[in-house]
Design a binder for this molecule. Structure first.
Ligand code: 5GP
Length: 189
């Protein structure tokens, strides 16, 4: 997606540890026009099949998930990272290792929001080692839902997540795939 790649080149910053900082348009301040285009792109790519729900992870995935769900006209569900009094005890839970925070945390989805047999489109901002996506897939499996596909805004192609998901048969659509960082510059695949 050229518009996205252009923004990454113009406004992204490469940090030590192979982290791409995109906080001026994705992770902290959000560009709603860009997010709407991202939502349209996901909706168009996955439109050839029935989709009942869009699933993501709080916080960074919510914006793109909402735009995608809006276009597809389906509900958007996000896995929660914290336990609150309002979260039902009847929930699906899985462990996710965070690439950026270097720690493992639990994510949960209230069981009443995923019905067996539903087709779920999973979306997120980044794909690196695939931990977040495999965690959400695990939640879909627990709920006996079918994963319709995986929509990723930025895939770091030099990390194994994308390859592993595709090898496991998932239809992964990434809008910008980064091949490598070259002296602080982003090189797309
Ligand atoms: P994975 O679970 O695939 O290893 O990592 C994906 C998650 O880690 C995403 O949800 C994202 O929040 C975070 N992440 C991974 N790499 C980056 C990065 O280079 N930049 C930012 N901003 N987040 C990243």
């Amino acid at each position: 997606m050229d518009l996205l790649k252009q923004r990454i080149v113009e406004n992204g910053r490469v940090l030590p540890g192979n982290i791409l900082k995109v906080d001026s348009f994705i992770n902290h301040m959000i560009d709603p026009q860009l997010f709407m285009e991202i939502g349209k792109e996901f909706a168009t790519y996955f439109s050839g099949q029935p989709i009942d729900k869009v699933l993501t992870l709080e916080v960074s995935g919510i914006g793109v998930a909402v735009m995608t769900g809006y276009i597809l006209q389906v509900p958007v569900l996000f896995a929660k990272k914290t336990v609150s009094k309002t979260l039902s005890v009847d929930c699906y839970e899985t462990d996710v290792f965070s690439y950026t925070k270097n720690t493992t945390y639990k994510v949960r989805v209230d069981a009443k929001f995923l019905e067996a047999g539903e087709r779920v489109l999973i979306v997120d901002d980044f794909l690196a080692n695939g931990q977040a996506m495999f965690g959400l897939i695990d939640i879909c499996n627990q709920a006996k839902c079918e994963v319709a596909g995986v929509g990723i805004v930025i895939e770091k192609g030099f990390q194994p997540g994308g390859k592993q998901l595709r090898e496991n048969g998932y239809d992964v659509h990434s809008l910008a795939v980064i091949d490598r960082f070259d002296d602080g510059k982003v090189v797309f695949r």
